[in-house]
Design a protein. Structure first.
Length: 188
């Protein structure tokens, strides 16, 4: 994946489409407090296992917020997307699988794992985690995202997944690490 970033700078956020900032004020045990928060969309994430290749299908993409803390801003993540449509969560998951990774899966084959809150220190958005198995007969496109997204689809052999969990040189999400641990526990 070519990733040449130039002229990166932070600007004040105006006319936001996906998040809003706020100052929460409240009393806790009689003490007045305030906390800066970000209100953001909930999301879905999907652990995709390729049965023929015995691998996980993941995405690599540039994340500007990660770029502030590492040299390239690239992350390895589960296939995921925000909940910004009037569809069921599982329908959004299905669409993300096809858009990002290029597999057309049946809704009934997408298994709910659990949900959890992310970025709890400042946002607290909820993410629903799913699991699906694919094979090459389900391949519908190369994936890579829509609307100018630059997503690289990667296949990670299951034999390398545990190593990735602990590789601190690779930027990844806690949801990815949890999903791997769930899969290994389920399949032990």
């Amino acid at each position: 994946m070519q990733n040449k970033i130039e002229n990166f700078k932070l600007n004040p956020l105006t006319d936001s489409k996906f998040i809003s900032t706020a100052l929460a004020t409240y009393e806790q045990n009689g003490i007045k407090k305030n906390w800066e928060i970000v209100q953001a969309h909930d999301s879905v994430a999907i652990l995709i296992y390729h049965k023929e290749y015995k691998s996980f299908i993941l995405v690599k993409q540039f994340r500007p917020a990660v770029y502030l803390n590492n040299s390239d801003g690239l992350t390895v993540e589960l296939c995921a997307g925000i909940v910004d449509k009037e569809h069921t969560l599982v329908q959004i998951a299905k669409e993300e699988i096809e858009e990002e990774c290029g597999y057309d899966v049946l809704l009934e084959n997408i298994e709910r794992i659990t949900s959890f809150h992310t970025s709890v220190g400042f946002a607290g958005s909820k993410q629903m985690l799913y699991y699906v198995e694919v094979d090459e007969s389900m391949k519908s496109s190369d994936g890579g995202g829509v609307d100018g997204e630059l997503i690289e689809v990667i296949h990670l052999p299951i034999t390398e997944a545990k190593e990735l969990i602990y590789d601190e040189s690779i930027a990844k999400t806690p949801g990815l690490m949890f999903a791997f641990m769930w899969w290994f526990e389920k399949n032990s």
